[in-house]
Design a protein around this ligand. Structure first.
Ligand code: KDG
Ligand code: MG
Length: 401
């Protein structure tokens, strides 16, 4: 069996997605997500101009060799563009292998380790009362775990809070700017979680995303203040380029910490894992080199009782979601999976076998990863340039969004 051709499909059914399709000379095809929010065309070009020519004629079953070839062969290692491109190839090849075997992908990874994949939903509101209502709606729908984000008095746009019906940070035109105040945030967040625990008790798992906004000592203070509300996790408290900074957070608080949605490789989390500075690793299939690399990260994490909690925002396409659910069903040290529902247009372009029931998702039993792309429909939604926002402090200093 040989790789006959490969193509990149860029489509915008509600938001932008980049998808790689690899076709074999037997007519079997596989697809992989290559979406890098706000920088989509860089990955499309990397695939079209540099990766696809190297794939033609190769044996699609040699997933490991192709991964090493693309990683080591480029000479320039790591980075979000390179690793998203490699991830797309890897996911498409696993899809092909599972289709040829006639098995759902999780069976090739070692079979299922659990009955379903616990997912967390996103609840957000302009103020505490609206956020409380949204959390209640997800509890009604059967979710066991919910992330809560709220507007903060005195700040215009806050990360994770929708202006309209759906939260979607990437917008048309140049990047939107919002104002950030750590002081206002730190005073506010414990009041949100206190209200949530008073209303819903201790049972639902509650999560919160700090989105890289704090310094280590501020993160330590927040973690300590949130301890009475027993969060499932506090996410990305401080930018994680400096992995050593988490030592300080760890010394001060027992609130569990989740990090890694912007990571590309095992090297980004080596210290965090080996020194047990985090509790959940959030690296995703699409941004960390596909199944082949994510399972190396998960295996390293398992040595230190760190569990997975993969990124799953709407900018990770249904293709990533489907493949991630197979991974999650298998991975022994699974923790939780993020799931932000896609809009109906996206779901139509990417027909999928995965489903949700009672707080858990299941990838389905069809051969492969169970997600397809309707190319005719995809062509009706041309690329729509959009940027993620930036944040500035009240005095105008550029901050971490
Ligand atoms: O593209 C950026 C988003 O995926 C990110 O802001 C979402 O932080 C995020 C999350 O936890 O889902
Ligand atoms: Mg996040």
């Amino acid at each position: 069996m040989k790789i006959h051709s490969a193509s990149v499909i860029v489509t915008s059914p509600g938001r932008n997605f980049v998808t790689l399709k690899i076709v074999t000379d037997d007519g079997v095809y596989g697809i992989g997500d290559a979406t890098l929010n706000g920088r989509e065309l860089a990955v499309a070009s990397y695939l079209n101009d540099h990766v696809i020519p190297c794939l033609i004629g190769r044996d699609p079953h040699q997933i490991e060799d192709i991964w090493q070839y693309l990683y080591k062969g480029a000479y320039w290692r790591r980075g979000p563009v390179t690793m998203a491109a490699i991830a797309a190839v890897d996911t498409a090849l696993w899809d092909i292998k599972a289709k040829v075997a006639g098995l759902p992908l999780y069976q090739l990874l070692g079979g299922r380790s659990r009955a379903g994949v616990m997912v967390y939903a996103h609840a957000n509101g302009r103020d505490v009362s609206e956020t409380l209502d949204r959390v209640g709606e997800y509890i009604e729908k059967g979710y066991k775990a919910i992330r809560a984000q709220s507007g903060i008095p005195g700040l215009d746009g806050v990360y994770g809070v929708a202006k309209g019906k759906f939260y979607e940070p990437a917008t048309k035109g140049l990047p939107q700017e919002s104002t950030w105040s750590t002081e206002r945030y730190l005073d506010f967040v414990p009041t949100l979680f206190e209200a949530l625990r008073v209303k819903y008790g201790m049972e639902p798992h509650l999560l919160h995303d700090v989105h890289h906004r704090l310094t280590p000592i501020e993160a330590a203070r927040l973690g300590k203040a949130l301890e009475p509300y027993r969060l499932f996790w506090m996410e990305d408290p401080t930018p994680a380029e400096n992995q050593e900074a988490f030592r300080l957070i760890r010394q001060h608080t027992v609130t569990p910490v989740a990090v890694g949605e912007v990571f590309n490789t095992i090297w980004d989390c080596k210290t965090l894992i080996e020194e047990q500075l985090i509790d959940y690793i959030r690296a995703s299939l699409v941004h960390a080199g596909g199944i082949t690399h994510l399972r190396r990260i998960a295996d390293l994490a398992a040595l230190y009782q760190i569990r997975t909690g993969s990124h799953g925002a709407t900018d990770l396409s249904p293709v990533c979601m489907g493949a991630a659910l197979h991974f999650d069903l298998w991975v022994p040290n699974f923790g939780i999976q993020e799931h932000m529902a896609h809009c109906p247009e996206t779901d139509e372009v990417f027909p999928h076998a995965y489903s949700f029931k009672g707080g858990y998702m299941h990838p389905g039993e069809v051969p492969g990863h169970g997600v397809d792309i309707d190319e005719k429909l995809a062509a009706k939604y041309p690329y729509n340039p959009a940027y993620l926002p930036v944040a500035r402090l009240e005095d105008g200093t550029l901050w971490n969004w």
